[in-house]
Ligand binder design. Structure first.
Ligand SMILES: [Zn+2]
Length: 395
């Protein structure tokens, strides 16, 4: 059965609780927004807590119904007039004791291709997102007839809530050595693989950070193994990372080009080169033969849509700490801090930076990145930036 229909049937998120529980009575529904995209209409519910929900459809007229627990509806009056795309109108409010309901009136047959929660960030609560796609009347009627079904596995919330650090715990830095296993990354002038350089470097950065005694460190990989880009993000989030550093080294046909650069996430790349670099780094999963048409692929693109500005600001702050530290050791590129859409930087709630330490296609850069002493010095510089960044957060 196609997954869009499956999800549409009925989706229950939560701990298997019924919708009529009063556990969510304090939850506030703050807004309902409608976004029109080329291929879908997106309805977003701004809530103060993650709640269970279920979705079903009704024909003649075409409607999508979202059932939620009873909660406080503090949605601005303007929300009721929101329409556009496939949405002709909407209603919301308490439906019966213990239950709220939202009814979306459709302009024509439309199917909920996806629905999921975006976890809360520091500045905003969780958001329930419904992506509605145009369908045929036939497909719509099939969905109306379909028996209710629970979807228990991970189809529901694509991202879990990031665990919070205990007050007694030190902040966690996750270091991500780029590439690995079947994906060698760039290949150096002497034939060395980027995946080896990044792992060696990451291990040294870990050592340097731990030597300061103020942080915890975890690596996304500690051996020569392939890890999909999204899993790297998931590892960082699941571990409760407060900073994510992805380490890379580039290569280019022109062997004279050298220098390091620091990249943070942005919807639009700061320049053509950065866009091309992101496209190249994002190919890692393709190289390994991974099917990218999966569910979470779209989730990551959605996350950048509804961007977590705050996380992006923190990422930029770290980049600002890192540039002067690295500059003392590494030849940095003109405009050392740039932006592009790197998949590995898309954790919505973990400040993330990708460091290109240099060009393995350049003999000098390659030597610098394979030499133990220069590596150790670079690792210490990164550790100092990490330390400064967390000190700045505290003050
Ligand atoms: Zn790379």
């Amino acid at each position: 059965m196609p997954s869009n229909i499956r999800i549409l049937l009925i989706l229950i998120v939560g701990l298997g609780c019924g919708l009529s529980s009063h556990a969510w009575a304090e939850t506030i529904a703050q807004d309902i927004r409608v976004g029109i995209h080329r291929d879908k209409t997106r309805v977003v519910f701004d809530l103060s807590a993650t709640v269970p929900y279920q979705i079903f459809v009704l024909a003649d007229p075409y409607r999508i119904v979202v059932d939620l627990p009873e909660m406080q509806w503090q949605v601005p009056p303007a929300a009721a007039r929101r329409k556009g795309g496939l949405i002709a109108g909407l209603r919301y409010g308490q439906y019966q004791a213990g239950n709220s309901r939202v009814v979306l009136d459709l302009k024509g047959p439309g199917i909920v291709g996806k629905s999921f929660f975006i976890p809360p960030s520091k500045s905003r609560g969780p958001r329930l997102v419904l992506d509605i796609r145009k369908s045929t009347r036939q497909a719509f009627l099939a969905a109306v007839r379909a028996p209710p079904k629970r979807v228990a596995e991970s189809k529901a919330p694509p991202l879990s809530t990031k665990p919070k650090r205990q007050p007694t715990q030190k902040p966690l830095v996750v270091i991500d050595p780029g590439h690995g296993g079947i994906d060698p990354g760039a290949i150096g002038v002497s034939g060395i693989f980027e995946k080896r350089v990044t792992l060696g470097m990451a291990q040294q950065v870990r050592k340097a950070i731990l030597a300061l005694g103020r942080h915890r460190v975890r690596l996304t990989r500690d051996r020569d193994s392939f890890i999909p880009l999204r899993r790297r993000v998931a590892i960082a989030r699941a571990a409760g990372a407060e900073l994510f550093l992805s380490i890379h080294a580039d290569s280019i046909a022109n062997r004279r080009v050298r220098g390091g650069g620091i990249y943070t996430l942005s919807e639009t790349a700061s320049d053509k080169e950065s866009a091309a670099l992101a496209a190249k780094e994002n190919r890692a999963d393709l190289i390994a033969g991974l099917n990218l048409n999966g569910h979470d692929d779209e989730v990551t693109s959605i996350l950048i849509d509804l961007t977590q500005r705050e996380t992006m600001n923190y990422s930029a702050q770290f980049a600002t700490e890192l540039v002067p530290q690295l500059r003392q050791l590494i030849h940095m590129r003109r405009k050392p801090h740039r932006f592009a859409g790197f998949v590995v930087l898309k954790a919505p709630d973990v400040p993330s930076v990708l460091i290109e330490l240099g060009y393995l296609s350049n003999r000098k850069d390659e030597k610098m990145l394979t030499n133990q002493r220069s590596r150790a010095a670079i690792a210490k510089a990164i550790a100092r930036a990490v330390d400064n960044y967390f000190k700045a957060q505290k003050s």
